[in-house]
Write a protein that binds this ligand. Structure first.
Ligand code: SF4
Length: 258
């Protein structure tokens, strides 16, 4: 993580069970922290298969959020859809933000995608909460795109070429990790990535719309002509980043005093 922090803007995605114990070791290397929560109390514990996981994860979030920008990740599936709006209330109480995405049924995993009509109601409710100021980091366009495509037949243009996905063995997964289900082809350090990218036929994926994964859908929707998106995605993030840089010495002093 230290190596990553020296070169990149570094985020950690974690299930949070060990967060309270391990966070002090890594906090200085992080710009962002993403913690997965799949529900409240027993719902989360059952999905994760670990008794007490919810309590430990929330304890970790309460501690970490004072040091690093923290977002709760929620994957909406059949077992937690009924708690989606409660999750927004929970993150408000915790003082962090929340990012939602819809579960995708990979062929290699158990089916967990939510029932379609119920999902529509929940996405509509989350969009309303977002517009009312809830700390939901998905853009309003994210919810609108899924509602328009999956329920209105108007597809968004997917641009998987905006994201390079490299699997743990260093292989580039294309066109996206959904369609390739993590089967990589060429190793990142063995190929001319620019040449690979420019020779790939991306056009056939433009109307795919099979998944609503934020890592592909949000970049696909970004448009410099959309001022609210520019403000939310670029200006606010830049402001937060600068604010955190200025705050850093204060935090270090704060941790020494404690
Ligand atoms: S919609 Fe999802 S599955 Fe389809 S090309 Fe885009 S990222 Fe891949």
């Amino acid at each position: 993580m230290r190596e990553s922090h020296e070169r990149f803007h570094t985020s950690l995605v974690t299930n949070g069970v060990m967060l309270k114990e391990r966070f002090p070791e890594v906090r200085r290397y992080l710009e962002n922290l993403f913690v997965s929560l799949d529900g409240i109390g027993e719902v989360h514990d059952k999905i994760r298969g670990v008794e007490g996981a919810f309590k430990k994860t929330v304890e970790g979030i309460r501690m970490a959020k004072d040091y690093v920008e923290t977002t709760v990740n929620v994957t909406l599936g059949s077992d937690n859809l009924h708690q989606a709006t409660e999750m927004v209330r929970l993150v408000e109480e915790l003082g962090v933000s929340v990012s939602f995405q819809v579960a995708y049924d990979y062929s290699t995993a158990e089916k967990m995608s939510p029932e379609k009509e119920r999902l529509r109601e929940v996405l509509t409710a989350l969009l309303r909460m977002k517009l009312e100021g809830a700390p939901i980091v998905n853009s309003k366009e994210y919810f609108e795109a899924i509602l328009s495509s999956w329920y209105g037949g108007k597809p968004w243009t997917c641009k998987p070429w905006l994201t390079i996905n490299v699997d743990p063995q260093g292989r580039i997964v294309s066109p996206c990790y959904v369609l390739n289900e993590y089967r990589g082809e060429a190793r990142a350090w063995e190929v001319d990535i620019e040449q690979l990218w420019n020779s790939y036929d991306w056009s056939k994926y433009e109307t795919c719309n099979r998944c609503g994964l934020t890592c592909y859908l949000e970049p696909s929707l970004f448009d410099w002509r959309n001022l609210s998106m520019v403000k939310e995605r670029i200006l606010s993030n830049a402001f937060d980043y600068l604010f955190n840089v200025v705050q850093e010495p204060v935090r270090v002093v704060g941790s020494v005093v404690r």
